[in-house]
Design a protein around this ligand. Structure first.
Ligand code: GLV
Ligand code: MN
Ligand code: MN
Length: 428
């Protein structure tokens, strides 16, 4: 239990809420494994320090903090109505991409903590408990898996995930143990669906729609499906001075043709919000005077609905095969993560809409092109998401920025959504 005396704490006004968001987000941005930017990969030393900081913030906000077997920090607030009440989950992630912005994920965790703090300052008694969750593996940058921590709370961590290794050959199991966690406790991280009321997440939009329409907040209707794949092109090493061009089996030249083809397919699917990205490439043996023998690359394909994404994947596979055959190189491509398009809950969208309207704002509905923990949490409970305008729609970039005023509005809209849900629960 928290030892905070809320009877003497005044509510915060909007300016103060914005300042508090900015201050906490700034503090977490300083927790990085790269002194030149924000890089906080899952189960890294920076992630470890971040979990400690977030747990401290949770305790300061009157939540009871703990950490589960996958490294998710959980802050619990009891229901005013006593034991046996359901739990509302509120969360986002504190891991980042490499050289990240400071708002992606972190804003949702900070908003959840500040919303609870504010509800207590305002003496709001809730008929449900709240768990604020700070997930650790939303980005899926370190291990060839993604959403491990949010999958665990839904009881759906894929079998075999613990044996997956990062680039340094450290397995997820070893990394969890090194972090001080016990992989044997993973099943205990899962919630019982019967005890959960829903999941709310605040997140920066990571796109330009809200800014374009001069709106600070938007309500998400669905989260785009995504497939992540690993591909390997196998050619033959040769002497850069003596191997004639027409006799080479150059894995990198073949991969380059495949990548341009992928980009062309992505561009052609604009009407379906199709996007296809090769984000990582490794060339072997990787010497200036050796014809490349092997290329490994990653592929990430997304669209607003599943059929165009699946059609694009089929076309990419078929045309990659043609290119590989014509160039006499081997080609294999394997999907390692697949999230179908995830619908958001109309009930939770209505709760967010009540929170947004209470602020005198338009409850603009929009889809999410980015992936979120909601993909995994959706298997446990209904998901609601609120987007916050971010400058230029820029994300996964140190330039990422959200205005303190917009973040304060998001915290207020989250409080409004919580109160709307509380009002919808019949008195016992
Ligand atoms: C996460 O940010 C993703 O959409 O890849
Ligand atoms: Mn995110
Ligand atoms: Mn991200």
């Amino acid at each position: 239990m928290s030892d905070i005396d809320y009877s003497s704490l005044p509510p915060s006004d909007r300016t103060e809420l914005g300042r508090r968001c900015q201050r906490l987000i700034g503090a977490l941005a300083a927790v990085t494994d790269d002194p030149h930017g924000v890089t906080r990969l899952y189960l890294s030393p920076a992630h470890k320090r971040a979990t400690g900081l977030v747990a401290d913030w949770m305790r300061t906000a009157g939540l009871t903090a703990s950490i589960d077997a996958l490294g998710t920090v959980r802050g619990h607030l009891d229901a005013a109505s006593g034991p046996g009440a359901k739990r509302l989950l509120i969360g986002s992630h504190i891991d980042t991409v490499v050289n990240a912005g400071r708002y992606d994920g972190v804003l949702g965790v900070v908003a959840g903590i500040l919303a609870v703090d504010e509800l207590r300052r305002r003496r709001v008694a809730l008929p449900f408990a709240i768990d604020v969750l700070a997930f650790g593996d939303e980005e899926g940058v370190r291990f060839p898996t993604t959403l491990a921590s949010s999958s665990a709370i839904a009881g759906r961590l894929p079998p075999g995930a613990l044996d997956l290794c990062d680039a340094r050959k450290v397995s997820l199991r070893e990394a969890l143990v090194g972090f001080g966690l016990d992989p044997a406790q993973i099943s205990a991280a899962a919630y019982d669906p019967a005890e959960v009321l829903g999941y709310l997440e605040v997140h920066i939009e990571q796109g330009p729609v809200l800014e374009h329409e001069r709106l600070p907040l938007g309500i998400v209707t669905s989260i785009a499906g995504q497939t992540r794949l690993k591909a390997t092109v196998l050619g033959e090493a040769g002497h850069a001075g003596t191997a004639p061009m027409n006799l080479r089996r150059d894995a990198l030249a073949a991969a380059a043709e495949i990548m341009v083809m992928i980009e062309t397919i992505g561009r052609a699917g604009a009407a379906d919000s199709l996007v296809a990205t090769v984000g990582q490439l490794s060339v072997s043996p990787g010497a200036v005077n050796v014809v490349p023998a092997r290329v490994d690359f990653t592929l990430d394909v997304r669209a607003a609905s599943d059929p165009p994404r699946l059609a694009a994947l089929a076309e990419i596979r078929a045309r990659s095969r043609e290119i590989a055959d014509r160039r006499h190189v081997g080609f294999v491509m394997e999907a390692y993560h697949e999230s179908p398009t995830t619908p958001c809950s109309p009930r939770l969208a209505a709760a967010f809409a009540a929170g947004v309207e209470r602020l005198g704002l338009t409850p603009r509905r929009l889809t999410s092109g980015a992936g979120h923990d909601g993909h995994a949490v959706h298997h446990l409970t209904e998901v609601g998401m609120l987007f916050v305008r971010c400058r230029g729609g820029i994300s996964h970039n140190p330039m990422e920025y959200a205005e303190p005023e917009d973040m304060a509005l998001a915290v207020e809209a989250l409080i409004g959504a919580i109160e709307a849900l509380a009002a919808s629960i019949p008195a016992a």
